[in-house]
Design a protein around this ligand. Structure first.
Ligand SMILES: [Zn+2]
Length: 151
């Protein structure tokens, strides 16, 4: 077994997010709103040796199955990530992240005077207007931003 596999122990049921660009694991957790407050074990490994990327981060969330509409939110931060759904120690589903057409309630609009940053009960909605390189546009104030401005 390689060093990579030993770094984080296997889980019985849950979600493993692999091949996250190194150093991005905490931002991925934040975007997924995985806080650990539900009491389930969350394991984070950062800067794991990997042949595919030089270094990568890995996140394991036990007893929670993250759906594609949730994990696709991380495509901006970790475009190479793979998501493995584990049931009874077996990978039952493996998928790549895919940037959706709009990101709802993931990142705030970078415009401080935007109505979505006020006390109004509005969820920030950023439309993906270009994929490569990624460009987003706020649904409310129409400000166009790139991923660095959101993080
Ligand atoms: Zn805005």
């Amino acid at each position: 077994m390689s060093e990579e596999h030993l770094a984080v122990r296997r889980i019985k049921d849950g979600t493993v997010i692999d091949h996250i660009d190194h150093g991005e694991a905490l931002r991925v957790l934040s975007a997924l709103k995985v806080t650990g407050h539900d009491g389930n074990l969350v394991t984070i490994a950062m800067n794991v040796s990997s042949s595919k990327l030089n270094r990568k981060d890995v996140i394991k969330v036990e007893n929670r199955f993250l759906f594609a509409n949730e994990t696709n939110k991380i495509a901006l931060i970790a475009p190479n990530a793979t998501v493995n759904i584990i049931k009874n120690f077996k990978v039952i589903e493996k998928r790549k992240v895919h940037l959706p057409d709009a990101l709802e309630d993931v990142f705030s609009c970078p415009n401080p005077t935007c109505i979505s940053n006020s006390d109004e009960p509005l969820k920030p909605i950023l439309k993906v207007i270009n994929r490569n390189p990624p460009k987003l546009q706020c649904k409310y104030c129409m400000k166009i931003s790139n991923p660095e401005e959101l993080l």
